[in-house]
Design a protein around this ligand. Structure first.
Ligand SMILES: Cc1cc2nc3c(=O)[nH]c(=O)nc-3n(C[C@H](O)[C@H](O)[C@H](O)COP(=O)(O)OP(=O)(O)OC[C@H]3O[C@@H](n4cnc5c(N)ncnc54)[C@H](O)[C@@H]3O)c2cc1C
Length: 506
């Protein structure tokens, strides 16, 4: 808890603002667009600039680097009234008090990978970017990680100790966003989701109070943060379990069109594996279609703990003729280092649904998707992919047996998350892509509903902004989440003032 700092900042907020960013009501033009200056943002930016040197205004040298270049999806680029780069928990506490006192809207950015506008950036409000929270401390069986780090940073810190954490699968994804929404790693089947491996969260609540949430301190908040996203506070430190995984066995496979039915069958088979002592193994399985050249191919990025080469769990994939097949034994860091997902490459729309594994239906969904891509082949920069993520029964069983649980409340059944990830170039096509993606996924999911294969579960990391993940959680979990929110965020700071992302609502 903080003490005196709180009082002095509150006094400052009540003082007359003398460094307004712009006259309230006037239009402010930034390198990225324009916004109308509001009383809340003008008040907050003014107060922040009296206290902190690290405030970037629209005319500041680093404005574009912070408001655009740090984001994965070009659609997420917006025009904040000012940008704060806090470097301590106290600075965030003070900023939150200012936001409340000024009634100012704000956004928070960790790794900047959430892909839709407003989830991590803001027009005309205050952006708080957490990049200075870059400390990592390795303990015997855990690691303490700041929210300014990527998963590559974590794997790099752990490599000398022969240990690994359960985090993101690609290099540049941020630690905070992924940990707070759940976390699909290669090794979910044995160790559960990232959220199941968080031992403790240092959190700053909406009123600026600093708390630690773990099994014995604020256990209700501890549970709610396991999948509850950005509804409760700003996390300034995650303490994560680590495992002795000095080496991983990896496989990269590229399969051409004729092998895709077998590829999707192998996805269904791997998710159905349910051994009592599983070998940790998982993958990124993607089909990509070039609607101009009409070439379609599938790719597998598979990782398994240990050194068996080739990795045994991917035998069903390895039996399919491939144009590329590279097996290797390496470390998590080395593997992740090659899997960059460059920022600012595309505008991207996600849409996803969940189903029980059924190869015939999954193959028919893929074929329908490919046909539908042809309908929008004229869109400039079109980059359509059909992605599958696996949620095996053994992954859900970790939360069902660890005495803590998580907000998803998934039963121990195998599920496939199927997703359209569609990239394109021009803002003028935003609505067309969204309409196409939404109607297609709903139409195809209706088939699964009819066949009793559909699950309501929606993962925030794969969802479109128009989807409601909370509707797919058990109703009693959502009721409990709301109750916990009313205790820890009674003024609704993380719904009223910080409204972007997947929100429980007011
Ligand atoms: C290319 C790509 C690959 C991906 N791969 C995977 C994968 O392998 N596994 C997986 O599970 N998901 C994956 N995802 C989804 C990813 O986990 C989410 O987009 C996640 O939100 C990214 O975290 P971030 O810190 O980079 O995001 P950000 O956009 O910075 O943050 C996401 C949300 O969390 C909030 N937030 C950020 N930091 C904090 C904090 N400290 N306290 C409170 N709220 C905070 C933000 O305000 C925002 O609403 C991927 C996404 C992309 C684009």
């Amino acid at each position: 808890m903080k003490g005196l700092a709180k009082l002095s900042i509150s006094a400052l907020v009540l003082a007359k603002s003398d460094i307004a960013i712009a006259q309230v009501g006037s239009a402010v033009t930034t390198p990225l667009g324009s916004f109308e200056s509001t009383k809340g943002a003008a008040c907050a930016c003014s107060k922040l600039s009296q206290i902190y040197s690290e405030i970037i205004n629209p005319s500041g040298a680093n404005y574009t680097a912070q408001a655009a270049d740090a984001y994965w999806d070009i659609r997420a680029n917006l025009s904040p009234a000012c940008i704060l780069l806090p470097s301590s928990a106290d600075e965030i506490s003070n900023a939150l008090e200012i936001f409340q006192a000024c009634d100012a809207q704000f956004a928070v950015r960790g790794g900047g990978h959430m892909n839709y506008p407003g989830s991590n950036n803001i027009d005309g409000g205050v952006l708080m970017a957490l990049e200075k929270f870059d400390k990592v401390k390795v303990n015997a069986e855990s690691v303490e990680v700041g929210p300014g780090l990527t998963w590559y940073d974590v794997y790099e810190a752990l490599e000398p100790y022969g240990r690994a954490a359960i985090g993101g699968r690609l290099k540049t994804i941020g630690v905070p966003g992924l940990s707070l929404i759940g976390g699909f790693h290669y090794f979910n089947n044995k160790y559960g989701y990232t959220m199941d491996n968080v031992l403790s969260y240092d959190v700053i609540l909406g009123n600026g109070t600093q708390v630690v949430a773990n099994k014995s301190s604020h256990p209700d908040l501890f549970w709610a943060l396991k999948g509850g996203a950005n509804n409760y506070g700003i996390v300034t430190k995650f303490t994560l379990k680590t495992y002795a995984i000095p080496k991983v066995s990896t496989t990269i496979q590229v399969i051409n069109e004729s092998g895709i039915p077998d590829f999707l069958t192998a996805v269904c088979n791997i998710v159905k594996l349910d051994e009592s002592d599983p070998i940790a193994a998982g993958m990124v399985a993607t089909v990509q279609y070039n609607a101009t050249t009409k070439v379609v191919s599938a790719s597998l990025l598979g990782v398994q703990e240990g050194i068996s080469k080739p990795p045994s769990q991917f035998a069903n994939f390895s039996a399919i003729p491939a144009t590329t097949r590279i097996n290797n034994v390496t470390t998590m860091r080395q593997w992740a280092s090659s899997l960059d997902t460059p920022k600012q490459m595309f505008r991207v729309m996600f849409s996803h649904k969940t189903m029980k594994p059924d190869q015939d239906v999954l193959i028919s969904i893929y074929r329908a998707w490919k046909d539908a891509v042809d309908e929008i082949a004229d869109i400039e920069g079109l980059y359509p992919t059909f992605v599958t993520n696996v949620a095996p029964a053994s992954a859900a069983r970790v939360a069902l047996t660890n005495g803590v649980g998580n907000v998803w409340g998934l039963e121990a059944e195998p599920y496939i998350l199927w997703q359209f990830s569609t990239g394109w170039a021009l803002a003028q096509d935003d609505l067309r892509i969204e309409g196409w993606s939404r109607q297609l996924i709903e139409r195809l999911n209706a088939i699964n509903v009819e066949k009793a294969l559909a699950s309501d579960f929606i993962y925030m990391g794969d969802a479109g902004e128009w989807q409601d993940p909370f509707a797919g959680f058990p109703a009693e979990n959502v009721a409990r989440m709301r109750k916990i929110k009313s205790l820890y965020d009674p003024l609704g700071v993380f719904s009223r003032l910080n409204w972007g992302g997947f929100k429980l609502g007011v």
